[in-house]
Design a protein around this ligand. Structure first.
Ligand code: PEP
Length: 256
C-alpha cells in the first residue's frame, strides 16, 4: 500500500523565538507549495516557537504543519510547568511528539504517560507522533523486537481503531539518536515491519497498512534514500539535520 510519507523535524531545545522565525522562513523559502500533495511536513518546535513558526508558514500560505515535542494529558489546573493539549490546539499545533527517548530517559516518561498523552491528543483531533525504540543494551541482548512492540502495545492501550488511524509511530533506536550512527535500512526495516505487525494484531491489517511508521536516528542526506526505499518506512523524524533549512529540505525532497 502506498502511504503518504511524513518528514517531521524535531528541533529539540534549539532556536530562540527569533532564531526559530529565521529557520522557519528559510525552510519556507525553499519549499514548493505542491510538495504538500506528496509529503506531510511538520516542524516540531519548542513551545515558545510554535506560534511564531505557525505565523511564518501561514503568511507564506504553505502546507507545513506545526508540531509540539511534548504535552500533558490534563486539561488545566495545578500542573506547574506543563502545557495542555487545548493550549497547543489554540496555538494551531496539529501534531505532537510523545514518548521521545530523551523524555523517557531524562524526564522519566513512562509507557502509561505516553498512552495518556496519546489519548488526550486524539480527543482534540491532533496527531500523536509516538516514539518507540530500544537502547544499545536491549539491542545487544537481541530482544529489541519484543521491547519495541511492547512499547507500541502500551502506547495504544484503550485506543480504538478510528483514533489509531490518526496516529504516527516513529521508530527511533536510542543508540542512533544524535550519535551519527544510523541503523542500516535493513535493521530499521526489521523493526518497522514488526511495529506494523503489532498494529495489525491490534487493529487489523488494513488499518495497519494505512498507518505511517517513521524512522528516526541520524537520518541525513546521505542515508535517507536507502531508508525510504524500505517497505515499512514511511518517512523520518529528524533531529540534527532539521536544524538547517538546506538539509531538512533535501530530506523532504527525498520523499517526492
Ligand atoms: C530525534 O531527536 O528524534 C532524532 C532522530 O535526532 P537525530 O536525527 O539528531 O539523531
Amino acid at each position: 500500500m502506498k502511504r503518504k510519507p511524513m518528514m517531521a523535524g524535531n528541533w529539540k531545545m534549539n532556536n530562540t523565538i527569533s532564531e526559530g522565525v529565521v529557520l522557519a522562513q528559510q525552510i519556507c523559502n525553499r519549499f514548493e507549495k505542491d510538495w504538500g500533495e506528496d509529503v506531510d511536513v511538520v516542524l516540531c518546535t519548542p513551545f515558545l516557537d510554535l506560534k511564531p513558526a505557525w505565523t511564518v508558514v501561514d503568511f507564506e500560505n504553505l502546507p507545513i504543519y506545526i508540531g509540539a515535542q511534548n504535552c500533558y494529558w490534563e486539561e488545566a489546573g495545578a500542573f506547574t510547568g506543563e502545557i495542555s493539549v487545548g493550549m497547543l490546539k489554540e496555538a494551531r499545533v496539529t501534531h505532537c511528539i510523545i514518548g521521545h527517548s530523551e523524555r523517557r530517559t531524562l524526564f522519566g516518561e513512562l509507557n502509561e504517560d505516553v498512552n495518556k498523552k496519546a489519548k488526550a491528543l486524539l480527543a482534540q483531533k491532533m496527531t500523536p507522533i509516538i516514539c518507540v525504540g530500544e537502547s544499545l543494551s536491549v539491542r545487544d541482548e537481541g530482544t529489541h523486537l519484543e521491547y519495541v512492540c511492547a512499547q507500541v502495545k502500551a502506547a495504544f492501550a484503550g485506543i480504538d481503531d478510528i483514533d489509531a488511524k490518526n496516529c504516527v509511530v516513529a521508530y527511533e533506536p536510542i543508540w542512533a539518536i544524535g550519535t551519527g550512527r544510523t541503523a542500516t535500512p535493513e535493521q530499521a526495516q526489521e523493526v518497522c515491519a514488526a511495529i506494523r505487525s503489532t498494529l495489525a494484531e491490534l487493529y487489523g491489517q488494513e488499518i495497519a497498512d494505512g498507518m505511517r511508521v517513521l524512522y528516526g536516528g541520524s537520518m541525513n542526506t546521505g542515508n535517507v534514500e536507502g531508508l525510504l526505499a524500505m517497505e515499512d518506512i514511511d518517512g523520518g523524524l529528524i533531529g540534527g539535520a532539521a536544524l538547517k533549512a538546506e538539509s531538512f529540505v533535501e530530506l523532504i525532497k527525498a520523499c517526492l
